[in-house]
Design a protein around this ligand. Structure first.
Ligand SMILES: NC(=O)c1ccc[n+]([C@@H]2O[C@H](COP(=O)([O-])OP(=O)(O)OC[C@H]3O[C@@H](n4cnc5c(N)ncnc54)[C@H](OP(=O)(O)O)[C@@H]3O)[C@@H](O)[C@H]2O)c1
Length: 268
């Protein structure tokens, strides 16, 4: 194996990615593999993209798991730790959004529960299970995919915004506890990204378009226009930052959150 020119120190490292079937999680999986890591990909449904990687001989194991269940994240972590004898890197990527086009009063307890379960509790539970392994390595890393909505609350995604704010807060607080034990905890906060969450069937553009009587393309265009770059972020552009934070070149970066939003956030 040749050493990458910009060595992130990930060769042979044991990584776990949640929600890895497509979108950002898939791009992170590809990025970690390219950097030399051995990856366990947790996903609800196997995807052709993951199967292709396995067929091409990638150091990748796919675990099918529903991460919205109380035991799903722990089972995934246990499978990864058993397979590789430990975990060096946890990427909490799984998350989902349902735009509340009928407003706050139509958003039920069940809606709030669903949103907090998949966006907050899946990461809390995966982290709780993985932490002993990450501490045991003496150099563990957690990278969590939050959202620009953690800082830009939006009534159209009122519960998602609150959940992502909670998720970012969780990462910051945890970084203080586990830093002295050699575990770094960081998050990235994307703006709109070219994935099915936004542009797929039942995604944000389609749902908001249907709710507001707009063409989904126009909804996406309006979102892109909020970035100073006037475009969506690519999944690989989020993944590159996640992989950097998961690697050893970012060795003294912890408790930090990084927007990847084309300049959409207009404060420092
Ligand atoms: N796309 C954006 O614009 C954007 C912006 C900011 C933040 N984010 C965040 O980035 C992360 C990834 O988003 P994405 O856009 O890549 O989403 P995506 O395209 O919808 O992909 C999500 C992945 O997670 C899996 N997943 C969903 N629910 C699951 C469950 N209960 N158990 C196991 N796996 C599950 C999906 O599997 P299935 O195929 O089975 O559904 C899929 O592989 C999320 O945390 C999201 O909030 C996204």
């Amino acid at each position: 194996m040749t050493t990458p020119a910009f060595d992130l120190g990930l060769t042979g490292q044991r990584a776990l990615v949640t929600g890895a079937g497509r979108g950002i999680g898939l791009a992170v999986t590809e990025g970690l593999l390219a950097a030399g890591a051995r990856v366990v990909a947790g996903t609800r449904n196997r995807t052709e993209a993951l199967d292709d990687l396995v067929e091409r001989g990638a150091e990748l194991t796919v675990v099918e798991v529903d991460l919205s269940t109380p035991d799903g994240p722990g089972a995934l972590v246990a499978a990864a730790a058993d397979l590789h004898g430990g975990i060096d890197v946890l990427v909490n990527n799984v998350g989902a959004v349902r735009p509340r086009v009928d407003g706050f009063l139509a958003t039920t307890d069940a809606d709030w529960d669903w949103t907090f379960t998949i966006n907050v509790m899946a990461a809390v539970r995966a982290t709780r299970s993985a932490l002993p392994h990450l501490i045991a390595t003496g150099d563990g890393r957690i990278v969590t995919v939050s959202s620009v909505n953690a800082r830009l609350p939006d009534p159209l995604v009122i519960d998602y915004s609150a959940a992502k704010a909670a998720l970012s807060s969780f990462c910051k607080a945890l970084s203080k506890q586990v830093g002295p034990q050699g575990v770094r905890v960081n998050s990235v906060s994307p703006g709109p990204v070219e994935t099915s969450l936004w542009k797929g069937s039942g995604g944000v553009a389609e749902t908001v378009g249907a709710g507001l009587g707009l063409d989904p393309g126009a909804v996406a265009e309006a979102a892109a226009a909020q970035a100073v770059t006037h475009r969506f972020t690519l999944p690989s552009e989020v993944a590159d930052l996640v992989v950097f934070l998961a690697g050893r070149r970012s060795g003294n970066v912890t408790g930090a959150d990084f927007p990847v939003d084309g300049g959409m956030t207009d404060t420092l």
